[in-house]
Design a protein around this ligand. Structure first.
Ligand code: CTP
Length: 432
């Protein structure tokens, strides 16, 4: 079996998956065919992986392929009881796991697990396991809507050490279009990272978070624009981390450069210009408990739109004049906010971060401000990691990182929860 040092993650040294023991349990749904690629990605990122197939999954994916990709034996039903093993296999696997990926989760395995029917290797491992479990169901849409499945899923969602990953909608293998598609492989990896960083906590359950992310684009003419190198990664990871902690998310975003499956489960509102972003934010602000303004809004725009393409020779003049400042969208949100709403701003800084951040925090009037350097390789635009200062109520000044952007997202969400607790309006006591 391979050792921890054998792979270097493309996510860098702060990859939460590197060196972690991931037990992959695969039950009988056709989505099982996607799991070998997930196992391969986990191994490439330095995770230690072991796989178990349920009896029906054995008919859908090859145990030999999984053994080869995971660099470890793949366990099947016939392995459970062996006179050669000193300890029962399901106990050994359950105790080995630091985290469990249960994907796809079939209606049968869900029912068995919820009712404690430990009559297969896969379910007896689950029942014996005390590690957190990321559960990703996949089935036909009518099965997913069936009262028995609804009841079992509701029950599972209430278990503390389970992170439920709702299936999405789309074309299913049975040719129906509807709910029941297993979360995409990229989403499984992201959610697994999230479980390793923040456990299965659901402290955002019942809350709505409005996030802005990515750059805006201000047209110079129909062929050119003013923009910046923001990818939207920080804002999107913040949105996903909050979704996994139970929140409902509205994401207002400019053009993004992130894996498309990272947008799964979010209410996306794509925009282009600062004016379109402002309009979307205004429309959505009222329903939000908190706002995270992670977008890199372009600072200037044309005073009057240029409807025809400028000749090259007219460019120098056009760049010199005819521009106006874009209004500060964050300032507008702060002005209009309802009493209990909490607002997190971001600050992109070069040079000395903290001094500048203090001045910006005072100027912007938001509850929290995260200021990060943009002139370092391990922080800011397009980097996998980030670092910086969080300023907040009660003279809070806390340094984060360098750390992965998902870990930072979880830290900022915890700070938002604390700030929300401070801003809850005190209800007037009724006279006796
Ligand atoms: N922001 C905004 N509207 C703008 C510019 C910025 O809402 N027109 C928001 C950003 O989304 C971020 C915060 O304000 O949450 C700080 O953005 P930043 O670019 O760091 O600061 P600026 O206000 O643009 O100041 P400067 O460029 O002078 O540093």
């Amino acid at each position: 079996m391979r050792s921890e040092a054998q792979a270097v993650s493309p996510e860098g040294p702060s990859d939460p998956l590197a060196g972690r023991r991931v037990l992959v349990l695969i039950s009988g749904s056709i989505a099982a065919v996607k799991l070998p690629l997930v196992v391969s990605a986990l191994v490439q990122r330095g995770a230690l992986v072991r796989c178990v197939l349920s009896p029906s999954a054995e008919r859908l994916v090859s145990a030999v392929a999984l053994a080869s990709l995971s660099r470890a034996p793949c366990s099947i039903e016939a392995d459970q009881w062996s006179h050669r093993a000193a300890r029962p296999l399901h106990i050994e696997l359950a105790e080995w796991a630091e985290v469990v990926l249960l994907a796809p989760l079939s209606a049968t395995s869900l029912a068995r697990w919820v009712h404690g029917m430990a009559d297969t290797l896969l379910v007896s491992t689950l029942v014996a396991c005390e590690a957190p479990v990321l559960a990703a169901p996949a089935m036909n849409s009518a099965m997913w809507a069936a009262p028995s499945v609804r009841r079992n899923w509701r029950e599972l969602r209430s278990w503390e050490r389970v992170l439920p990953l709702e299936p999405g909608s789309g074309l299913l293998a049975c040719d129906r279009v509807g709910d029941g598609r297993m979360a995409a492989p990229g989403m499984l990896l992201l959610a697994l990272e999230s479980v390793l960083l923040a456990g299965c906590r659901r402290d955002w359950q019942g809350r709505r978070l409005l996030v802005s992310a990515g750059p805006t684009r201000e047209p110079l003419d129909p062929a050119r624009c003013l923009t910046n190198p923001s990818t939207g990664r920080m804002g999107v990871l913040l949105a996903q981390a909050a979704r996994l902690r139970g929140a409902t998310i509205d994401l207002v975003h400019g053009p993004l450069t992130v894996a498309p499956e990272w947008l799964d489960g979010l209410h996306c509102h794509p925009v282009d210009t600062a004016a379109a972003m402002e309009a979307a934010l205004e429309r959505l602000q009222g329903g939000a408990d908190a706002i995270a303004m992670a977008a890199a809004v372009a600072d200037h725009r044309r005073r009057t739109p240029q409807t025809t393409k400028l000749p090259k020779l007219a460019m120098a003049d056009a760049l010199r004049s005819g521009w106006e400042a874009v209004p500060d969208l964050l300032a507008g949100l702060v002005q209009r906010r309802p009493p209990a709403q909490v607002i997190l701003g971001f600050a992109a800084q070069s040079g000395e971060v903290l001094e500048e951040a203090r001045a910006k925090f005072a100027r912007k009037g938001c509850d929290l401000l995260f200021a990060n350097p943009i002139d370092r390789a391990d922080a800011g635009f397009a980097a996998a990691s980030n670092q910086g200062w969080l300023l907040g109520p009660g003279k809070l000044e806390r340094h984060f990182g360098p750390t992965g952007k998902l870990a930072l997202a979880h830290g900022l969400l915890t700070a938002l929860v604390e700030a929300m607790a401070l801003r809850v309006p005190v209800r007037a006591t009724a006279d006796p």
